[in-house]
Write a protein of this length. Structure first.
Length: 156
């Protein structure tokens, strides 16, 4: 199974997290591709892969500039994404309580609205906590991958 990490970032923090996951979790999946969201649209979900949205939050709870085209295409070119299984790493700063981690939360809401299946909970990192998002993100991803890669038991 391929893990495709879609990165939305303004300051490269989300990209650093994605690259750390790529290095740390290589033993868990066949292939990990880190892909900046620049220029992507809803068609990126046509690939048979497990997806991880890794995005920061910008401005007043918005998705980063490089993620805007992909995010907007989920509304402008909607299609059923029931085959898509995904997780979300949402980076933010709790000092902005009303919009904390909204970049990732907004992607989650749009993907669920199109029928995509989120695995696990959205993981939110608080920049004001003084912890390293790369370290905590890779630890979370290892647990998330264990859940995502466990075969679903067939219902009789």
């Amino acid at each position: 199974m391929k893990l495709k990490i879609l990165v939305g970032t303004m300051t490269s923090t989300a990209d650093y997290v994605a690259q750390a996951i790529q290095m740390d979790c290589a033993d868990l999946v066949e292939e990990i591709e880190v892909c900046l969201m620049d220029g992507l649209d809803i068609g990126t979900f046509d690939e048979d892969a497990l997806y991880l949205i890794c995005t920061s939050t910008y401005g007043s709870g918005d998705v980063p500039d490089n993620a805007r085209m992909l995010y907007d295409s989920l509304d402008a070119q909607p299609k059923y994404l029931g085959h898509v299984r995904y997780g979300v790493i949402a980076l933010g700063d709790r000092t902005y309580l009303n919009t904390f981690a909204f970049g990732g939360k907004k992607f989650d809401e749009r993907l669920q609205g199109l029928g995509a299946q989120r695995i696990g909970e959205v993981w939110c990192h608080d920049a004001s906590a003084g912890t390293m998002p790369e370290e905590l993100g890779t630890a979370w991803c290892r647990e998330w991958l264990a859940q995502a890669l466990t075969p679903v038991a067939a219902v009789a």
